[in-house]
Design a protein around this ligand. Structure first.
Ligand code: FAD
Length: 289
């Protein structure tokens, strides 16, 4: 349980951090360390250098500007769960953050680390995918923005290029009449999602004007359940309509993950059950009296 030897750097600026990452081709960014350090101790990862971004205060913080919510990559899960701004403007994010691991994990782990790690069983990738969020990344060649649907490429693989750092995450804020829900079936030991479902519904005059549904934990990356979304669009959804839409979630799950804990078929079934519950809750929360 000892990691391979590595050099340690703690840059004071973003520019210094990106330069270090380019100089040290095998370097890894260290944020909360709650995914990277266990991987290093198991020698699944053996970087020759760590670039600790913990001192870059500019990467931390929560900012609401008009209809856009910006969250710094170094913002911890605990900060997101307890932020009044997030609870009011994007409650599904706070709801998901509060379900991550335990208090220790939530106090150290960061949203940037979770997204950059791209663990299929993580919670934030699913929620950010449902929200249609985007990632701001920075490297020696400058900055760019990557939409969530292009950011998650495969198992533990993102669109981040060599030497690039995730700096912040932006999500649109949906107004009155919008509701959301994040539900998961957690692994009993770690709390990671065996299946996680993020559902959003915008209700107008009793009908679904917008529906977004993402599934995590089922396949190598979070997936939007387009057929289920389409089934509810424009309808005044009763329980039967929600159940019919949720059943279509299975169509979005190709080649599901199968492991000792849950078979692929079980995951598929779980996704439809949780989708029905999450959609019901999102619609209820969106109905303005
Ligand atoms: P680190 O571990 O520091 O880094 C993870 C990876 O991302 C590394 O490859 C690193 O180089 C890279 N990285 C980090 N920040 C950046 C950045 N800004 N730009 C580019 N690359 C970056 N997660 C869940 O979602 N749900 C759970 O229920 C859950 N349960 C957990 C239970 C336990 C016991 C533990 C130990 C972890 C659990 N986690 C869970 C994971 C936890 O949320 C991690 O904190 C998170 O996945 C990684 O965030 P971090 O800040 O710790 O990143």
């Amino acid at each position: 349980m000892y990691p391979s030897p590595f050099d340690y750097y703690r840059p004071k600026t973003l520019a210094e951090a990106t330069e270090l990452l380019v100089q040290h081709k095998d370097a890894k960014v260290l944020a909360g360390g709650h995914s990277l350090l266990p991987a290093m101790k198991l020698r699944v990862a053996a970087p020759t250098a760590l670039v600790d971004i913990g001192g870059l205060r500019e990467l931390q913080g929560i900012e609401l500007s008009g209809t856009s919510l910006k969250i710094g990559a170094l913002t911890t899960h605990a900060m997101i769960a307890s932020s009044e701004i997030i609870q009011k403007s994007c409650p599904i994010l706070a709801e998901a953050a509060g379900q991550i691991g335990d208090l220790q994990v939530r106090n150290r782990g960061t949203i940037g680390g979770s997204l950059a790690h791209a663990d299929p069983a993580a919670d934030f990738p699913t929620v950010i995918t449902a929200l249609g969020g985007s990632m701001s990344v920075s490297g020696l060649k400058g900055s760019r923005t990557i939409a969530a649907e292009s950011f998650f490429v495969d198992l533990f693989t993102t669109a981040l290029g060599p030497g690039e750092l995730l700096t912040s995450i932006s999500v649109p804020v949906y107004g009155r009449g919008s509701g959301g829900a994040y539900l998961k079936h957690s692994h009993p030991a770690s709390s990671y999602a065996v299946i996680g479902i993020a559902a959003l519904a915008e209700m107008k005059a009793g009908k679904c004007a917008r529906v977004s549904l993402a599934v995590g934990g089922a396949t190598t990356k979070p997936t939007r359940a387009a057929a289920a979304e389409r089934a509810l669009m424009g309808t005044a959804p009763d329980a039967a309509a929600v159940a019919r839409a949720a059943a279509k979630v299975a169509e979005a799950i190709h080649d599901p993950i199968s492991d000792l804990y849950a078979s692929g078929e079980y995951r598929r079934h779980l996704a439809t059950v949780l989708a029905r519950r999450a959609l019901t809750l999102a619609i209820q929360r969106g109905q303005v009296p």
